[in-house]
Design a protein. Structure first.
Length: 95
């Protein structure tokens, strides 16, 4: 089973090891590398995503720029699901 980039990994793994695969579930896979505009957008997003933030509000501000006009409740839920505060007070990604 693969979701998003995990779907691409699942397809690549199945291609490399077909004897290990009976079936696969692939969901919400992004653009293939041959789709340069989509691949470039993803690469740009990864290059411009900070690994940490100075505060919880800075992390939420970054998410708000990515998610546009979502409600404050949706942005807070996204922050709770995506970010964590370290003992040092620095905020980073959960995963």
């Amino acid at each position: 089973m693969g979701h998003s980039m995990g779907g691409i990994n699942a397809v690549a793994s199945a291609a490399d090891h077909p004897h290990r695969v009976i079936a696969a579930i692939i969901e919400d896979v992004g653009p293939w590398p041959e789709t340069q505009s989509g691949w470039g957008r993803i690469a740009n997003e990864l290059d411009n995503t900070p690994s940490q933030f100075d505060s919880w509000d800075d992390g939420k501000e970054f998410l708000a720029k990515q998610w546009g006009t979502r409600s404050a409740n949706v942005l807070e839920e996204r922050a709770q699901n995506s970010l964590r505060m370290l003992e040092s007070g620095v905020v980073t990604w959960k995963y």
